[in-house]
Ligand binder design. Structure first.
Ligand code: ADP
Length: 377
C-alpha cells in the first residue's frame, strides 16, 4: 500500500480521504491543530506548522511521496530534503514560480500567456498606477479567498494600502473589466497523461468565490483558448492537479488570473457531478496511476460555497438539516469552528437533468433557496 504525505490539513486534504480509501492509499498529514478537518480522515498526523521543515522530514519517513494542500510552504527550506531523495509532487522546481503572485505573473508572461499588465510595487519608487484607476493590488504571498486582493479606486487609497504592507510584497495589476470569470482543473500524471475538466463559470463577491456553475456556457473558441492555456501550464514536467482561474473579456478573449498549484475550490463540484473527482485525479497522478477522462454526470451542476457570515461557535445544525432535505443536493460540511465572515465552512452541490441551453431554471431556483436557507435575506 502506498502512503502519500500531505502538507496541510484543511478541507482540501480532508476531501482526499474518500479517494484515498477507494485507491487503497494511506494519507499522512502535516497540520498544526488537532481539530483541522483532515485529521479525522488521515492515517496519521504530524502536528506542526505547514512550513516546519523538520516536521516534513519526519513526515517523509512514513511516506512514499509528499504533496501539497496549500502554497504557504517554505520552498527553499524543503530543497535539501528533495536533494536527499524525498519525492515532492509537484516538484519544488515546478512550484517555484507559482508561490509569489508577482513571480507567477512573470512566469505567465514568459510562457506567452494572455494576462493583465502588471508590475511589482516598490514604496518611494513607483507607488503609482501606470494604467489609471481602478487598479488591483495583491499581496504577493499568503493571500487567499480574496484576503490580500484590493480593487483600488484612486491614488490616495493606493498609498494607504502601501502603508499597511512591507515594500516588496505587493503586486499592481491592471483592472480587467471582465464579462465573466471562468476556471478549470487540469492534471498531468507521472507518465505525462493529461486530463482537463470542463470549463466552469465562477461567481465572486468581494473577491470571494460564492458559486460555480458547470459547465460554463461558452463557445468552442473560448473552450479551446482555455484548453490551450491549460496545456501550456502543465508543460512537460508538472505532476498533479492545478486550478486555473481565468477572466473572459467582452471580446471573448481569455486571460489568466491565477494558478493554484493544487486542488481548488472551483473543482469541488467534481466530487458529486463528475465521474472522477479532482481529489482522486490528483492522487492518481502522483501515485503513477493512469488518469481517467473527466466527464459531467448530469447536463448541469451548481456548487455553492457555505461561507461564514458572523463570528460564532454554532454548529448550524438546523440550517444543515434543511439543506440535507433538498433533492439532488450533496452537502459537504467541513466541521470548522469558529465561524467568521468569509470563512469557507462547507459547500453544497446540486445536479440538474435539464439539458436545455443556458442556465437551467430549476438550478437557479434551488440556488436561491440554498442561499436563503444559509444567509437569510
Ligand atoms: P485570491 O488568490 O485571494 O483568490 P485572486 O487574485 O484570485 O485572489 O482575486 C480574487 C478575485 O478578485 C478574482 O476572482 C476577481 O473577481 C478579482 N480580481 C483579481 N484580479 C483582478 C483583475 N486584474 N481585474 C479585475 N478583477 C480582479
Amino acid at each position: 500500500m502506498k502512503c502519500v504525505g500531505i502538507i496541510g490539513g484543511g478541507q482540501l486534504a480532508s476531501m482526499m480521504g474518500n479517494a484515498a480509501q477507494k485507491l487503497g492509499i494511506d494519507l499522512m498529514i502535516q497540520t498544526p491543530n488537532s481539530f483541522d478537518p483532515a485529521v479525522e480522515i488521515a492515517t496519521g498526523t504530524i502536528f506542526a506548522e505547514v512550513d516546519d521543515v523538520t516536521a516534513t522530514e519526519n513526515l517523509a519517513n512514513y511516506c512514499d511521496l509528499i504533496t501539497f494542500e496549500n502554497e504557504f510552504i517554505n520552498l527553499k527550506a524543503l530543497e535539501p530534503l528533495e536533494q536527499r531523495g524525498v519525492i515532492f509532487y509537484p516538484s519544488l522546481k515546478s512550484l517555484a514560480p507559482l508561490l509569489d503572485k508577482y513571480e507567477q505573473r512573470c512566469y505567465h508572461r514568459d510562457l506567452g500567456l494572455p494576462i493583465p499588465r502588471f508590475k511589482a510595487l516598490e514604496k518611494e519608487k513607483n507607488f503609482t498606477s501606470d494604467w489609471g484607476f481602478p487598479v488591483v493590488v495583491k499581496v504577493r504571498r499568503h493571500g487567499y479567498d480574496g484576503q490580500g486582493t484590493f480593487i483600488v479606486k484612486n491614488q490616495a487609497d493606493l498609498e494607504s494600502i502601501g502603508t499597511k504592507f512591507s515594500t516588496d510584497l505587493l503586486l499592481l495589476e491592471e483592472f480587467i473589466p471582465f464579462e465573466r470569470e471562468l476556471a478549470t482543473i487540469a492534471c498531468r500524471n507521472i507518465e505525462g497523461e493529461i486530463a482537463i475538466y470542463p470549463v466552469v463559470e465562477t461567481y465572486q463577491e468581494q473577491q470571494v468565490c460564492q458559486k460555480v456553475i458547470a459547465p460554463a456556457d461558452i463557445s468552442e473558441d473560448v473552450k479551446s483558448q482555455v484548453e490551450n492555456i491549460a496545456h501550456r501550464l502543465l508543460g512537460d514536467s508538472w505532476i498533479g492537479v492545478m486550478g486555473i482561474e481565468l477572466f473572459l473579456t467582452s471580446e471573448n478573449q481569455v486571460l489568466v488570473n491565477e494558478i493554484a498549484p493544487r486542488t481548488h475550490n472551483s473543482g469541488h463540484y467534481t466530487i458529486d457531478a463528475c465521474n472522477i473527482s479532482q481529489f482522486e485525479m490528483h492522487l492518481r497522478a502522483v501515485t503513477d496511476l493512469p488518469l481517467i477522462t473527466p466527464k459531467l454526470k448530469s447536463p448541469q451542476a451548481v456548487m455553492i460555497n457555505l461561507l461564514g457570515y458572523e463570528y460564532s461557535e454554532s454548529d448550524y445544525e438546523e440550517k444543515l438539516q434543511l439543506l440535507r432535505e433538498i433533492p439532488q443536493a450533496y452537502l459537504h460540511w467541513y466541521g470548522k469552528t469558529p465561524s467568521r465572515p468569509g470563512r469557507k465552512l462547507g459547500h453544497i452541490t446540486v445536479l440538474s437533468e435539464d439539458s436545455s441551453e443556458g442556465l437551467s431554471q430549476d438550478l437557479l431556483e434551488i440556488t436561491k433557496k440554498i442561499e436563503y436557507i444559509w444567509y437569510g435575506n
